[in-house]
Design a protein. Structure first.
Length: 236
């Protein structure tokens, strides 16, 4: 997964807090549109310092950056319960149904089938809030089920083995390992490390969040996590 210019600029602003315009212009003609958008949504502001134009990340931008990195945070020990979210939203409400699916994806749920999603985390409060926000409280059902070997295998095979993520993990691991070898020679290793960490967080956003006991048995995910930890050492 390659970061977009907006994402690269956003990471740079978060890393340095304020960046002179002439350095941001290295993204060429795309810089103008990106900076205008960041300013419009309130993630950055234009300031003047020492007769030079700078762009500075705002508090709102810092909060958004933290939100984007939320998938990196450990979810703690698992209580051994699966949470099932089942919904029935008619075709006539397709737009609302799509919004619901996006909200469930952001929570890290996996898909067992079209209208049955699953998570190991206690997300009852979040699901209730989503239902109220989308006016779907009567269309969403929430259940807790204790784990067993058969259920675990079904969930792994149906909701987690996503072929489209395999290449993404491979690419991240290749880029991270290549960078870690040359990091001592890189001019600004913090920024490069933060870009890769941001990229890893975006991958995790698309990957159902399952307990570590499953992740550590998957070589690609286990390697990616270790690469992330090595990258984090460069910015600590």
């Amino acid at each position: 997964m390659t970061l977009l210019p907006m994402q690269e600029i956003f990471v740079l602003l978060e890393d340095e807090k304020a960046v002179p315009l002439f350095r941001l212009n290295r993204w060429g003609s795309k810089s103008r549109g990106v900076l205008a958008k960041l300013k419009k949504i309130g993630w950055a502001k234009r300031i003047k310092k020492d007769e030079e134009i700078y762009y500075e990340i705002t508090e709102k931008g810092e909060r958004e950056f933290d939100r984007a990195l939320k998938p990196l945070k450990a979810t703690g020990s698992w209580d051994g319960k699966w949470r099932l979210v089942i919904f029935d939203v008619p075709e006539s409400k397709r737009t609302v149904r799509d919004r619901l699916r996006r909200a469930l994806t952001k929570l890290g749920l996996g898909i067992l089938q079209a209208s049955v999603w699953i998570s190991p985390n206690d997300i009852k409060k979040e699901i209730d809030e989503i239902g109220q926000r989308l006016n779907l409280s009567d269309s969403i059902r929430f259940f807790e089920v204790s784990r067993n070997n058969s259920l675990d295998k079904t969930i792994i095979s149906k909701s987690w083995n996503l072929p489209e993520l395999e290449d993404t993990y491979k690419k991240f691991n290749f880029e991270a390992e290549r960078f870690l070898k040359i990091a001592p020679k890189v001019t600004n290793p913090r920024y490069s490390a933060k870009k890769l960490i941001f990229e890893y967080a975006l991958i995790l956003q698309k990957d159902p969040i399952l307990p570590w006991e499953f992740r550590e048995k998957d070589d690609l995910r286990k390697t990616a996590h270790q690469n992330y930890l090595n990258l984090r050492e460069l910015i600590s």
